[in-house]
Design a protein around this ligand. Structure first.
Ligand SMILES: NC(=O)c1ccc[n+]([C@@H]2O[C@H](COP(=O)([O-])OP(=O)(O)OC[C@H]3O[C@@H](n4cnc5c(N)ncnc54)[C@H](OP(=O)(O)O)[C@@H]3O)[C@@H](O)[C@H]2O)c1
Length: 341
């Protein structure tokens, strides 16, 4: 529907199973349905202005707060559509859940352009409300400690780190910072150090927030797995990390220097299909011989030359001082597996 014109040719609705009754869209489906419609309109080459009508997507004030967060996502997508396809995007209109005759008249005024050029409108009673920025009064910052586990996606980024510092300053049981690079993210080691100094128990998890199974793990027991390795009369705390590399080579190395050193010890052209080949190509022969060969032989009762290369992926190698292993989720493994589907 466009403000000035008639109804465009109706595009095909998004495909559904033929004889199956269609359930009402679930929350995430609403934005996906709008996306499907936009794609269909593009595919059909229709050059028509598109309005999107919602209900309970926006709040208009302190007395109008009945918002469905998922429907609000439709407005999020609509604003992206407005930026990306301005020629064919008309706008967003939010109606009360039970539209009456007044609502219908107001809606008609918007669609025919009689209500002016606003493109994000809420119809409430006799009023048409346009989207505006308004000053807000900040509530006093909370200071009481949080309990349980706090998971922060993007936790190693600028804002995530800032949020983590504020939470840590309040005192909390466990902070889980999630980002795709995890401890490899720039500044992650320093951030962890700072948070731990504030008294927080910090875990940095390398995971993609779009990976739902990975996101199912949010609470952990207090159990800390520790592995120590004895080499040449010295005790090292596994897994291989910057601490082990510095101690083993007897030098204080930065992460960059450690990587450069390891690169000189990792010959090219190895068969990385076996655990031994892959391990030597990533950490070099000396560290492999000292810490991996006997360990894997004991752990899997198999010669590392007979283990597949990807098995080494189960043993972390870090260029930070983090020596912690993954923790155990509070739910038992059966329910975890169920959640993973
Ligand atoms: N900084 C501001 O002033 C500001 C203002 C308004 C809005 N924002 C928005 O707020 C968000 C954070 O801003 P920022 O300044 O903190 O950005 P940032 O420093 O780039 O941090 C983004 C964080 O998100 C992580 N990340 C990105 N994609 C991810 C994914 N798929 N799964 C898990 N982690 C992911 C990044 O780490 P990896 O790359 O390792 O995954 C990084 O830790 C952004 O969406 C930004 O647009 C920021």
């Amino acid at each position: 529907m466009g403000p000035g014109g008639g109804l465009p040719t109706r595009p095909r609705p998004p495909p559904t199973a033929p004889d199956r009754p269609r359930p009402p869209p679930t929350a995430p489906d609403r934005a996906e349905t709008l996306l499907a419609w936009l794609r269909l309109i593009d595919e059909a080459g229709l050059d028509v202005p598109v309005w999107c009508v919602t209900s309970r997507a926006v709040a208009t004030g302190p007395h109008d707060t009945d918002v469905d967060a998922a429907t609000a996502g439709v407005w999020g997508l609509g604003r992206v559509a407005a930026l990306e396809r301005p020629a064919t995007w008309a706008g967003l209109i939010d109606l009360p859940p039970s539209p009456d005759e007044t609502t219908r008249r107001r809606l008609a005024a918007v669609l025919t352009g009689a209500a002016g050029p606003e493109d994000q409108i809420a119809v409430r009673g006799n009023s048409l409300l346009g989207r505006r920025l308004a000053r807000t009064v900040l509530a006093p910052a909370a200071t009481s400690p949080l309990s349980g586990t706090v998971l922060i996606t993007g936790g190693t980024g600028a804002l995530g780190g800032h949020v983590a510092r504020r939470i840590a300053a309040r005192g909390t049981a466990v902070l889980v910072l999630v980002s795709r690079h995890g401890m490899e993210a720039p500044g992650a080691a320093e951030l962890v150090c700072e948070l731990e100094t504030l008294g927080a128990d910090v875990r940095v998890v390398a995971a993609d927030a779009a990976d739902r199974p990975a996101m199912a793990f949010t609470e952990f027991t207090d159990y800390r797995h520790r592995v120590f390795s004895v080499h040449d009369g010295m005790i090292y705390s596994m897994p291989i990390n910057l601490g082990i590399i510095c101690s083993y080579f007897g030098r204080a190395l930065s992460p960059t220097e450690a990587r450069a050193l390891i690169r000189t010890q990792a010959p090219e052209g190895l068969d990385t299909g076996t655990l031994e080949g892959k391990a030597v190509s990533s950490i070099g022969r000396p560290l492999y011989e000292a810490f991996i060969r006997n360990y894997t032989a004991k752990q899997w009762q198999t010669d590392p030359l007979e283990l597949p290369g990807e098995t080494i992926g189960r043993l972390p190698v870090r260029y930070t001082f983090d020596s912690r292993f993954s923790r155990i989720p509070t739910k038992d493994f059966r329910s975890t597996a169920t959640r993973l589907g």
